[in-house]
Design a protein around this ligand. Structure first.
Ligand code: MV4
Length: 497
């Protein structure tokens, strides 16, 4: 293996390019018309255009990606996350073209992609799954009986689903028929398959996932990531380890994840998602057969470069994981900095990054796909950058993240930075108390910027606005009662230059 084509964009493309270079591999980037001058394109050995901005005609086009791989004479393809990363058909097509797929075998992707098939295989392998039952198509009586046995509330889920689509909670028998129909038609629309199944609904669980890594001889786990801080199935903050996972629970969940991976002959990096209840019970949900957005927190506490290990494993080498090192050390937290605007119901904002000050210092990692001057468009995911910190313990990691968020200045577009600052200072979060519904209960954490937030920036903004008003370069700022987010924006674009 000498040359790897990266079938992705943004921060993960750059992350993979760096890993390729460190492994002595050439990296070939592909880019859509919207990404011509993106940082990852400049970082690669070579970059090839693959089509217009629309993903269907660029990053999701198997034909165009394979044509680029041929053109560049690449011998491997790394899919990153999202786009084609979990399409068994893509892994197959890559291999049929005589190239190495940097990821698991297509058969493992397919087995884990079918949720009912995955449940069967996990049960066989002794991995705890949520009590549940398949539903024969159209047989409402059978569904009623199955739901009664499980006991309400139950959840109706799409067999082809994942990530929250085609899911319904049902709290009583009378609502079952409607939920089956709604979930079924949503599943048909989203996945082309209306098959649904039932599960006991787990109330207020945590979402904790286990990282696994497998080469041709060995499968290991690299502990857990706590991923409960999410909104509408989008994770916003992840940490490793989890505040509630003891060494004993880590070993039990880790063993279950290793068994899950072995049951599908897994290779490469992968993640088993679990729901964990307050009493410490855990249930396998699904396996993500890709490198994940939040992989850096695991890298920092385990001292392992997961992307480099993926590359080695794909090349047929053994992973470099001495078992003596497989203990978490210290604490890592990741904040996903997105272009979602809290003042506009978290809809993605657009614009040019007019100013960027990146946090730095001991234990700070900045995995970003954007630079100052870049246009943020609506073509792709709203993730702009991941701010990741490491420190010896959780309290110090929180302090370090606070400092880093204080240093971070991203002007020209709206971001969710204020949310992260508020969360890092929230007493419940600081105590490690969280579950997947936390942000649904705590609307206060999601409010747009207000007085109390970023008080230094606001003070500087006020002074600058006043000075500029006196020079009549900009209109005077009128008092509006509460401080407005425009003040902070002005501070970011002007004050800290
Ligand atoms: C559940 C659940 C509660 N009980 N299953 C959401 C996406 C998909 N991966 C599975 N999901 C859930 N399955 C049972 N039986 C709650 C969720 C869920 C969730 C899970 C993980 C992370 C965030 C979530 C947000 C809402 C619901």
């Amino acid at each position: 293996m000498k040359r790897v084509l990266i079938a992705n964009r943004g921060e993960i493309a750059l992350r993979i390019i760096r890993a390729c270079h460190e492994e002595g591999l050439e990296a070939v980037a592909v880019y859509s018309a919207a990404d011509r001058s993106a940082p990852y394109v400049r970082a690669a050995h070579r970059a090839l255009p693959i089509g217009p901005a629309a993903p269907s005609q660029s990053y999701l086009s198997i034909d165009r990606l394979l044509a680029a791989a041929r053109e560049a004479e690449a011998d491997a393809v790394h899919p990153g996350y999202g786009f084609l990363a979990e399409r068994a058909a893509f892994a197959e097509a890559v291999e049929r073209a005589g190239l190495i797929f940097v990821g698991p075998p297509a058969s493992a992707i397919a087995a884990m992609g079918d949720k009912t098939e995955a449940r069967r295989r996990m049960e066989e392998a002794g991995v705890p799954i949520v009590p549940g039952s398949s539903v024969p198509a159209g047989d409402l009586t059978a569904a009623r009986d199955a739901a009664d046995k499980l006991g309400y509330p139950i959840m109706v889920k799409a067999a082809a689903g994942g990530g929250g689509k085609g899911m319904r909670v049902v709290d009583r028998a009378e609502a079952l028929k409607g939920a089956l129909e709604a979930a079924g038609s949503e599943a048909l629309k989203a996945f082309g398959d209306p098959t649904v199944y039932l599960e006991k609904f787990i109330e207020r669980p945590r979402h904790i996932e286990i990282q696994v890594l497998a080469d041709r001889e060995c499968t290991v786990h690299l502990g857990e990531r706590e991923c409960s801080i999410q909104r509408r199935h989008q994770k916003l903050v992840e940490e490793a380890p989890s505040p509630v996972v003891s060494p004993e629970l880590r070993e039990r969940m880790g063993s279950a994840a290793v068994a899950a991976a072995q049951a599908v002959n897994y290779r490469s990096a992968g993640t088993c998602e679990f729901l964990v209840t307050a009493d410490g019970s855990f249930y396998f949900l699904e396996m993500n057969t890709r490198i994940q957005v939040e992989h850096p927190v695991t890298e920092l506490v385990y001292g392992v470069d997961l992307v480099r290990e993926q590359l080695r494993i794909a090349a047929g080498e053994r992973m470099r994981i001495p078992s003596s090192r497989l203990q978490p050390r210290g604490w890592a937290i990741e904040c996903r900095i997105t272009s979602e605007d809290p003042a506009n119901n978290f809809l993605p904002s657009t614009g040019r990054i007019e100013y960027l000050r990146v946090p730095a210092g001991p234990g700070i990692r900045w995995d970003s796909g954007v630079d100052v001057g870049d246009e943020v468009t609506l073509h792709y995911d709203s993730l702009l950058a991941k701010l990741i910190v490491w420190a010896p313990d959780r309290a110090q990691a929180l302090a370090r993240m606070n400092q880093a968020l204080e240093e971070l200045v991203m002007a020209g577009i709206a971001t969710n930075q204020a949310f992260h600052r508020r969360l890092m200072n929230d007493p419940a979060f600081r105590r490690g108390e969280m579950d997947i519904q936390l942000l649904e209960r705590r609307h206060d954490l999601l409010l747009p910027l207000q007085s109390g937030d970023q008080i230094y920036e606001l003070a500087i903004a006020a002074a600058l606005a006043e000075a500029e008003a006196r020079q009549s370069r900009v209109p005077a700022v009128t008092a509006r009662g509460e401080l407005q987010s425009e003040w902070a924006r002005l501070a970011r674009s002007e004050g800290l230059r």
